[in-house]
Design a protein. Structure first.
Lengths: 150, 267
């Protein structure tokens, strides 16, 4: 069997991290190819349901990244997003969903090297954690014919 | 509860309100919501330990609003729900009269929203001991055990959405689960979809939930889904030092921000 290759989905904002990832490429910096980048208008647009759907569809890890605080193209999208992530993380921790599989970061358009570092460290971490078996088992659990109620 | 009945009667007789939302004795010894519009019926009103349903739910319902000005029997959780609804402009202060009930069951004089705000400000806003204990027990589990616990609980969910229907803050006329373009939450009941629904519900109530526990009581299969929203309400207080439903001019936590918000997980 071949070595496990993590599937990582990256939700990034158009104005900072997407441009930053572009810079990584134009700077000829090599980084792990496990990441699939999805461009959003703003981090404020990244709904927590998108993260859940990524896990449900087989992602092993997720990166969420946008402009540094005070750098948002729309002035406050990342501040709103930050509060939402804080709440989401608390809820996921309470329910036992593995938050080590999600990397949150601020990567500006000038931080091509940081983007490579974020991706590489996430890939290394997810490689150690292995595939997200417990979530996949839940998704693929057959529906029971008879549900036992107390 | 003679003082409550007398007050309700007086309000209806002098036409200060057109309807009183309160509790009456139902079948099998339960208390059920009552909508009293005739002063003669005011005697049906009761208030005792059985009266725990959050009546603020009805303030946003078309069928109740069409009566006109509403009086509402309100213990602390109902008062906080009313505050939250006023701050979200779903209820207008001049449209309601609050018949406040103190923690020992006596009638309070709530002349206006300012008085109610003062009362809430002085009240104990902690969670019920039973729920507090359960949350503490869950917090001690390992992530894998927590995941297992919630999978077991949520696999029971039959997607009846009673948790949503019983919640005063879930007043959207078109809920995310009714949208099918895109279909965020699968229609049928399965553990994964059920979990997505309960996460979505808790997130949409983050910073708005006043921890009345009505969703958990409404659940026909006894899922402690109120713990999710209650835990988030606690976390909101931990991070942002606010309790929902304590002011009539408060934006919910997730619709505002502070540039100096502190977290530890963003690299």
């Amino acid at each position: 069997m071949s070595e496990f290759e993590p599937k990582i989905v990256a939700f990034v904002c158009n104005w900072c991290t997407y441009a930053g990832a572009d810079l990584t490429g134009t700077s000829r910096i090599k980084y792990a190819s496990n990441v699939k980048i999805i461009r959003f208008p703003c981090t404020g647009r990244i709904d927590f349901m998108l993260l859940l759907k990524s896990f449900a569809n087989g992602a092993d890890g997720i990166i969420v990244s946008g402009c540094h605080p005070n750098d948002c193209h729309y002035t406050s999208g990342n501040f709103h997003a930050r509060r939402r992530w804080m709440m989401f993380k608390d809820l996921m921790d309470f329910m036992g969903v593995d938050m080590n599989r999600i990397t949150y970061s601020w990567v500006s358009a000038a931080e091509g090297a940081k983007w490579a570092e974020v991706v590489n460290s996430t890939v290394t971490r997810i490689r150690e954690l292995g595939p997200y078996v417990s979530y996949n088992q839940m998704v693929n659990k057959p529906v029971e014919e008879e549900v036992q109620h107390e | 509860m003679n003082s409550l009945i007398a007050r309700a009667k007086e309000l209806l007789e002098n036409k200060s309100v057109q309807v009183i939302i309160g509790y009456e004795a139902g079948s099998n010894g339960i208390a059920r919501p009552a909508f009293i519009s005739d002063p003669k019926d005011a005697e049906k009103l009761i208030y005792d330990d059985r009266c725990i349903q959050n009546l603020a739910l009805y303030l946003t319902k078309h069928e109740v609003k069409h009566f006109g000005k509403m009086g509402i029997v309100a213990a602390l959780p109902v008062m906080r729900s009313i505050m939250m609804l006023i701050s979200e402009q779903q209820v207008f202060a001049e449209n309601i009269v609050v018949l406040g009930i103190s923690s020992d069951g006596s009638l309070l004089d709530m002349a206006d929203i300012g008085v109610m705000k003062g009362y809430i400000g002085k009240a104990d806003l902690g969670n019920p001991a039973k729920d507090e204990e359960l949350i503490a027990r869950l917090n001690k589990l390992t992530p894998a055990e927590k995941f297992e616990y919630w999978q077991n609980e949520l696999s029971k969910c039959i997607k009846c959405y009673a948790c949503r229907q019983s919640c005063p803050m879930c007043y959207c006329t078109r809920c995310s689960v009714e949208c099918n373009q895109p279909q965020w939450i699968p229609v049928q009941s399965n553990t994964h979809g059920n979990m997505e629904w309960h996460i979505l519900r808790a997130m949409h109530l983050a910073g708005r939930c006043i921890s009345c526990g009505e969703c958990g009581r409404a659940c026909p299969v006894n899922i402690p889904c109120h713990l999710l929203t209650m835990h988030l309400a606690d976390q909101v207080h931990h991070h942002f030092k606010v309790h929902a439903g304590t002011s009539d001019k408060m934006s919910s936590v997730l619709s505002t921000f502070d540039p100096s918000d502190k977290e530890s997980f963003i690299i």
